[in-house]
Ligand binder design. Structure first.
Ligand SMILES: Nc1nc2c(ncn2[C@@H]2O[C@H](COP(=O)(O)OP(=O)(O)OP(=O)(O)O)[C@@H](O)[C@H]2O)c(=O)[nH]1
Ligand SMILES: [Mg+2]
Length: 416
């Protein structure tokens, strides 16, 4: 019996659709989802995630009102180096952070810039929060504090911010910089010849915690424009850091492009050889030097796995960065010139500093803070979260999956 043409077409379409679905399932939700790599057998983010154990500080039980002189807030601030042009994207970040966390705790924001902030920037950011916003520049002395709901402007002209925090240091040869940048550009390294990008990485590596506007603070939470927060967090994360003696908190662990840091590990080894007592007893050397998961990377970076905490999110204890060990390490790296002759990022520099000089038990994975900076995510399985898929690590092409260094971190350091 002959089958009518439309029925045949329908049948063929059904077969094609089935084949497509089978392919999708076999390829592990290809395109924009989670893919297990580097030996991870199950993403811990698929397990139900609650709050950390032990006592937590909550807004209902303590005074976190924005203007309180005796509030329960500890000495901590939300900080962001940001450009005026990124106001729209910063508004997105602040909205999410206020909605999920800071509208309960009202920690102050401190914004940094290499040029003065516009009045529009100040107006729009302050309008998003009941907390105090402070607007500093990294090169000038006109740090201004703006009090919410009061038109009182203070000009702290006595807080001279040394220009050398931002400027290219005198020992850097601009000819050599141009030459090296050209070589990196040829390897398709993004922002290689953009000097401000190198300055930004250096500032975030070893300068931010020296800014006078942060002097009285111990803990910071770094935020960037255009990031997303997915989960309600109902405890004071800064108090959590303090109470548990945590040095550093992160959400995402990634591989870096080895071409940007070929001499970072060799320079670090020189520093360690000269200061052998600096290394912490409970360090993270195995994670730093892993050569199993991506041997090509470790080789290209001359012994460093390139695994790092993705520093666009970080919650940290500035006492660590201000301490003798990290400061001496930064000075050594700064003199070596790799912030300009290569493209050392603050993420690998912070990560090596933390991995070598901090105690691994004092580093915390904030698995409960749902987070996204394009294209990677930290999305836990929790009723407190919305807007992301639990366990989904990247959003984009499949090749992004291999940049996931969490398996190596979990293997050597753990999931705490
Ligand atoms: N004020 C100021 N902020 C900067 C400058 N360069 C970078 N930043 C900020 O530093 C942070 C990191 O810079 P990005 O350009 O986002 O660097 P990135 O995250 O490595 O790059 P993307 O993947 O493109 O986001 C962002 O918050 C920027 O706003 C600069 O020259 N001046
Ligand atoms: Mg960014």
């Amino acid at each position: 019996m002959a089958i009518a043409r439309p029925i045949r077409m329908l049948g063929a379409a059904a077969v094609l659709l089935t084949l497509f679905l089978v392919f999708q399932l076999r390829s592990g939700y290809s395109g924009s989802s989670s893919k297990l790599v580097h030996g991870m057998t199950r993403d811990p983010l698929l397990d139900p995630t609650g709050e950390p154990e032990g006592e937590l500080w909550r807004a209902e039980e303590h005074d976190y009102s924005p203007d309180s002189e005796n509030s329960a807030r500890t000495n901590a601030a939300l900080i962001s180096l940001v450009r005026n042009e990124e106001l729209g994207q910063l508004v997105q970040t602040m909205r999410d952070l206020e909605r999920t966390w800071n509208n309960k705790f009202n920690y102050p924001y401190i914004f940094f810039n290499d040029v003065p902030f516009t009045e529009e920037f100040k107006r729009q950011t302050q309008a998003l929060t009941k907390a105090k916003c402070h607007y500093g520049t990294v090169t000038f002395s006109n740090l201004q504090l703006v009090r919410p709901r009061a038109n009182i402007f203070f000009s702290l002209s006595s807080e001279l911010v040394p220009k050398e925090h931002w400027e290219v240091p005198s020992w850097i040869s601009m000819d050599l910089f141009q030459e090296s940048a050209q070589l990196l550009e040829e390897q398709n390294i993004q922002y290689a010849s953009k000097i401000s990008y190198h300055q930004m990485c250096r500032w975030n590596s070893g300068m931010f915690y020296k800014h006078p506007a942060l002097e009285k603070y111990r803990y910071y939470w770094r935020i960037e424009p255009n990031v997303k927060f997915f989960c309600n967090v109902d405890y004071d994360v800064f108090r959590y850091m303090e109470d548990r003696n945590k040095t550093y908190g992160f959400t995402i662990n990634l591989y870096d492009a080895p071409q940007t840091i070929p001499s970072l590990w060799p320079e670090t080894k020189k520093f360690l050889a000269a200061n052998p007592t600096f290394i912490s007893e409970n360090n993270m050397l195995e994670w730093i030097t892993d050569d199993q998961a991506r041997p090509d990377h470790t080789e290209a970076a001359n012994g460093y796995s390139t695994c790092h905490f993705w520093s666009n999110f970080e919650i940290g204890d500035m006492d660590f960065f201000r301490g003798d060990k990290y400061e001496a390490y930064f000075q050594h790296l700064d003199r070596a010139g790799g912030f300009f002759y290569e493209r050392w990022g603050d993420a690998p520099v912070h990560s090596l500093g933390i991995g070598l000089f901090a105690d691994a038990n004092n580093v915390h994975w904030f698995r409960d803070i749902g987070y996204n900076h394009i294209p990677y995510l930290n999305c836990p399985n929790s009723p407190k979260c919305s807007g992301c898929t639990p366990g989904k690590f990247f959003d984009g092409a499949d090749f992004l999956a291999k940049e996931d260094c969490r398996p190596t971190y979990f293997k050597y350091v753990g999931t705490h």
